[in-house]
Design a protein around this ligand. Structure first.
Ligand code: 2E6
Ligand code: F3S
Length: 311
């Protein structure tokens, strides 16, 4: 029996911003003990959330669920300034786990809006990161989700426009939307797909590098994880069967029938052990040969907030 090939695109799984956000909650639990309130899922992964919950983190969707003066962590996806102001008004002890690369987009939005530009945010309506970034300059920011929307957009002054994007979109889709914006507003300022973070673009490049050889692509990640969904779409757009799986238990053995080469990757919020579990499930179906397929080596690290640095 020939061994089935299991390709492991790299980078995959946790990014530096997710590791930092999880570490913030862990350190707060160690230092202050439970409960540590967290506004929204710290990252979009059910296993990460359940693990922290079991250790005393309490996830809430609104600040009014947090008792006065309690400790509250803002999730990696960022918050609108109005949420920070509300936390201060309620006397909460807020710790910000916003990924520094999301914070950078917030700073760009503020700078552009303060200069008098309309800010065009490329992103998906309702996603937590988009809600936060739209909140930086709500009166001056408009959301576009497609090239068609970009082409039809009307703004106050066509010579004063800047575009930005959500950090976890498809690189090729953002390039298309940016091109449509440039056609619509020739003087627009913006940096192509540069707001897409290194982790998102590296994971996409790694899947793109193996998809031509794969009969099946499995992406470990939760259903609400934008960057994970983009990996499934990329594989599917290349004509390869692709599924998003929460964990090994979600793998349907019938998907593997006739799949001689399977790629297994994970979104930036999915713990690496879940990938090992998926590989183990595949191994249980017959012999496998596991091949790492790196396209980049990630060395990015982000400092913890000042109060949590050190031992
Ligand atoms: C914060 C910002 C970007 O859904 P999305 O891909 O944005 O989020 P996660 O939690 O799945 O991935 C990490 C992350 C956090 N990405
Ligand atoms: Fe940050 Fe990108 Fe990860 S924005 S949390 S480095 S997916």
């Amino acid at each position: 029996m020939t061994a089935r090939r299991v390709l492991l695109p790299a980078p995959r799984s946790f990014c530096a911003g997710v590791e930092r956000a999880i570490e913030i909650v862990e350190r707060l639990l160690e230092r202050y003990g439970p409960p540590v309130y967290v506004r929204n899922q710290i990252v979009h992964n059910a296993h990460v959330v359940a693990d922290l919950e079991s250790r005393g983190a309490v996830f809430v969707s609104e600040l009014d669920e947090v008792p006065e003066h309690a400790l509250v962590v803002f999730s990696a996806h960022g918050v609108a300034p109005a949420v920070e102001a509300e936390a201060a008004r309620r006397g909460l002890d807020a710790v910000d786990a916003t990924c520094p690369l999301v914070a950078k987009v917030h700073a760009e939005a503020k700078r552009a809006a303060d200069s008098g530009d309309t800010v065009v945010l490329i992103g998906h309506e309702g996603h937590e990161e988009v809600v936060g970034t739209l909140g930086v300059a709500p009166e001056r920011t408009v959301l576009v989700s497609s090239a068609a929307e970009a082409a039809a957009l009307r703004v106050e002054r066509e010579d004063r426009v800047t575009y930005l994007s959500q950090t976890t979109l498809s690189v090729s889709e953002v390039e298309d939307i940016a091109a449509a914006l440039k056609d619509r507003f020739p003087a627009i300022r913006g940096q192509g797909a540069d707001d897409i973070c290194y982790a998102t673009s590296n994971r996409q490049a790694a899947v793109a590098a193996v998809v031509g050889e794969a009969d099946l692509v499995l992406v470990v990640g939760s259903a609400n994880s934008s960057n994970s969904n983009r990996l499934v779409e990329l594989a599917a757009a290349n004509g390869v069967a692709a599924y998003l799986v929460e964990d090994a238990g979600a793998v349907d053995p019938s998907w593997l029938e006739g799949a001689a080469t399977v790629a297994v990757t994970a979104g930036a919020s999915a713990p690496p052990r879940l990938v090992d579990d998926v590989v183990a499930v595949i191994a249980a179906l017959g012999p496998i040969e596991v091949v790492e397929r790196p396209v980049a080596h990630e060395t990015q690290e982000f400092l913890l907030p000042q109060r949590l640095r050190g031992a």
